[in-house]
Design a protein around this ligand. Structure first.
Ligand code: 9MR
Length: 372
């Protein structure tokens, strides 16, 4: 008897036994329910799965939706282990009138995070958007020293207010153009490029334990912008400026190719920095076709895989959940459906993709090696 035939016989016997068992089971049990992507509970929440691989999975929070007993609040509390205020730590919200702080909404979000065992990504201290009107009106006629003093006070007061409560701060946000030049903002115009290093030093002075990040979009791709950020953070490290990490916002669109994110994260990690994906979403044109949805699933899957593959990637944060609350339709007319839950807060295939990717990672060798 040839070897192949023997194997064939054994296989037949095993299949035969299995077939009998299956037939007996089928006589007594109801047929298994068809898989339904709207009932993800069986495989565990995103945060449970992520905790098995030492990863924080986060979301931006729209604090207007956090009313008690709201489905939004329940999902925010149960699916995520980190939260980012989508707007309420920005300068226009925390200091609407010069010298008068309003921390109310941000404090409520921090309390929510603490109740639910979540870490907070503070967002964002130095940016050109969402500045208070009193500042944008006065800045052009201020001296460099006056503006620097105002920026320093803002950074120190905000970081001090949240001292010990913020895990990662986005200290400087979106300081570069896509061509790799520094963005022309009031900060650059009046203070020159040193405003970036100064902001990190002030933040570190106010909370030496917080992890301090530079955060930007379109740096997921290797190219002029990510190269410029790479050079910046390399120089900051060389000068001893207290920077801990780089945040890759990861706002993707199905009309563009997927970024080479893993390699890009790794080269920043190789500088001795932490990395994080901080604002992930994948927008597409509406209505969503099956082909587009596959591309969205691929966008979420590959960006999470990239983070999982790089040990220095501490957290994977989606920029909100629930297509009804996403920033995308307001900025890109005709586009949307960018998040992992639909307009009715039902999980989409994008959610299942994240869940399955985490579950696979949790079952892989080396899964309990710490992230660092
Ligand atoms: O999602 C935020 C939206 O509600 C605000 O109107 C908008 C104002 O610019 O900012 C959005 O969040 C941005 C984030 O703070 C920085 N990266 C880009 C995000 C999307 O625009």
């Amino acid at each position: 008897m040839s070897r192949r035939l023997r194997v064939g016989l054994i296989t037949t016997a095993v299949i035969g036994a299995g077939a009998v068992l299956f037939a007996q089971g089928a006589a007594f049990a109801a047929p298994p329910a068809a898989p339904d992507h709207h009932t993800p509970a069986a495989a565990g929440t995103l945060r449970q799965l992520a905790s098995q691989v030492g990863l924080r999975v986060g979301t931006a929070i729209d604090t207007d939706q956090l009313a008690s007993n709201s489905p939004y609040r329940a999902i925010a509390a149960t699916q995520f282990s980190s939260v980012t205020p989508e707007n309420v730590m920005k300068w226009e919200v925390v200091e609407p009138t010069q010298g008068t702080y309003d921390w109310g909404q941000a404090d409520r979000l921090v309390a929510f995070a603490q109740q639910n065992g979540q870490l907070v990504r503070g967002h964002t201290l130095v940016w050109h958007n969402q500045l208070p009107a009193w500042l944008t009106a006065a800045a052009p006629s201020m001296s460099a020293d006056q503006l620097r003093a105002i920026l320093k006070k803002h950074v120190i007061d905000e970081v001090t207010h949240f001292k010990g409560k913020v895990w990662q701060w986005d200290v400087v946000n979106e300081a570069f153009n896509d061509d790799g030049t520094l963005r022309d903002t009031i900060w650059l115009q009046k203070l020159g490029p040193d405003y970036i290093a100064d902001a990190f030093r002030w933040a570190h002075q106010a909370d030496p334990k917080a992890l301090l990040f530079y955060n930007d979009y379109n740096i997921e791709y290797t190219g002029p912008k990510s190269n410029a950020v790479y050079q910046l953070v390399k120089d900051l490290k060389a000068k001893g400026v207290p920077i801990d990490g780089v945040g890759f916002q990861t706002h993707l669109d199905t009309q563009y190719p997927l970024p080479d994110l893993q390699n890009n994260l790794q080269r920043f990690a190789d500088l001795g920095l932490k990395v994080a994906e901080t604002e992930v979403d994948v927008r597409t044109t509406l209505p969503v076709t099956p082909v587009e949805q596959n591309a969205q699933v691929a966008g979420y899957t590959s960006t999470l895989q990239a983070c999982l593959a790089v040990r220095a990637c501490l957290s994977y944060t989606v920029w909100g959940f629930g297509d009804a609350y996403s920033w995308v339709p307001g900025v890109f007319p005709g586009e949307g459906a960018a998040t992992i839950y639909d307009e009715n807060l039902q999980p989409k295939p994008e959610y299942t993709a994240l869940q399955q990717t985490l579950a696979l990672a949790a079952g892989a060798p080396g899964r309990s090696d710490p992230r660092h």
